[in-house]
Design a protein around this ligand. Structure first.
Ligand SMILES: *Cc1c(COP(=O)(O)O)cnc(C)c1O
Length: 375
């Protein structure tokens, strides 16, 4: 579909060249370990249909989604040598859908192991899988007690080709947190259950914890899309998402005038207000009300008043008229206005800013080409 940026209220530019460069940064950091990619939640809101093929071109062959349905949608977009791993595993009774779509499950429970083993036995074959251990997240994966059951009864996975064991780090972005090492030691011990399997532990931040955490394969998501992987340090990643919203109106108001729902901001002097066509329905979170900052032609501008469904309001008092024309574009996400900076103003994390990005934006992709041209 042709994207009409001229009539769009806001334009989201997604720089696949930056995504590809970020993949190479992580790959270099990993050395000999392989670099996969988490493309769940539509590649963190940026578009899995575009991001996954671009990452494939950089050599990525392991793609992680959360839901089975995400894997089914992604499968036809990637060549057969790309492994697509469904981290939630199979919903109960849907194991055959994974097989039919060439998807690899993460097995998180004894029930999932039993169902996958039964399907493999039925098909008289061995079926590939990842097996996840819970080393501290208490969210998904086998508990230590379940691991004991498997140790005592290895026939439970007799027909499963356990290719990778997996676990997930709780606080990897906090490099000095002792929980990182504790999880590493637990994971190392649990690996003994599947001595032939490869291992994967690190998310984006885990990659920066050093070689001990790399094992055979990493599963970065956020850093690929520009989110900073190490708290409190300079971000080595390039910005992938660039967002601009259009000024749809400006007005001059006297002192002591309320702006927006609830008049949560009042002018302390005669002011000029610009209204921009981006709101919380577009993922510009309401928690940015009276806290967010944007830029117009390089000038920092404060968001004032509550974020509305379709608009935000800016205090543009004193800025030159020519940059405030109706139709002018305002930067909301850029190399300066990073996802992390917006997240901190919104009191959330960059992940939520990205995955909230709305579907009303005119989305413009650059910096990659179809796989078929090169493979
Ligand atoms: C989302 C997710 C990842 C990717 O994490 P990032 O912090 O975005 O790099 C890796 N592994 C699991 C299990 C996940 O849920």
């Amino acid at each position: 579909m042709q994207v009409n940026t001229g009539r769009a209220g806001a334009i989201l530019r997604i720089d696949l060249q930056a995504l590809r460069a970020n993949y190479q940064i992580l790959k270099t950091q990993l050395g000999s370990a392989a670099c996969g990619a988490a493309v769940k939640a539509d590649a963190y809101g940026l578009g899995a249909a575009e991001a996954a093929p671009a990452l494939y071109l950089e050599g990525c062959r392991h793609f992680f989604v959360a839901h089975l349905e995400e894997g089914i949608v992604l499968r036809p977009l990637l060549p057969a040598d790309a492994m697509i791993i469904v981290m939630h595993g199979s919903p109960v009774g849907c194991e055959a859908d994974l097989l039919a779509n060439g998807l690899t499950p993460v097995l998180n429970s004894l029930q999932q192991i039993a169902a996958w083993n039964a399907l493999a036995t039925d098909k008289q074959t061995r079926l590939p899988a990842f097996v996840q251990f819970d080393t501290g997240m208490a969210r998904m994966g086998l508990s230590p007690a379940e691991v004991d059951v498997l140790r005592a009864e290895p026939q439970r996975f007799a027909a499963i080709d356990v290719q990778y064991v997996m676990s997930h780090l709780v606080s990897a972005e906090d490099q000095v947190n002792p929980v990182n090492r504790e999880q590493l030691e637990k994971f190392r011990a649990l690996r003994a259950l599947f001595p032939a399997a490869k291992a994967t532990l690190a998310n984006s931040s885990g990659i920066f914890l050093g070689k001990d955490f790399h094992f055979d394969l990493a599963r970065p998501g956020a850093a690929l899309y520009g989110v900073t992987p190490v708290a409190g340090q300079a971000n080595p990643m390039r910005a992938v998402a660039h967002l601009q919203g259009r000024i749809i109106q400006t007005r001059d108001i006297p002192a002591d005038t309320g702006v927006g729902y609830g008049s949560t901001w009042r002018s302390s002097r005669p002011s000029r207000i610009a209204t921009v066509a981006v709101g919380y329905a577009d993922g510009w979170l309401r928690s940015l009300s009276n806290r967010g900052a944007v830029q117009i032609a390089g000038h920092d501008v404060a968001m004032v008043g509550n974020v509305s469904m379709d608009t935000i309001t800016l205090d543009v008092t004193g800025l030159p008229d020519d940059i405030l024309a109706e139709g002018a574009l305002v930067d909301l996400l850029s190399d300066q206005l990073t996802v992390d900076r917006v997240a901190s103003a919104a009191r959330t994390i960059g992940y939520e800013i990205l995955t909230s990005l709305g579907h009303r934006y005119a989305r413009v992709y650059s910096g990659s080409e179809p796989i078929s041209k090169t493979v």
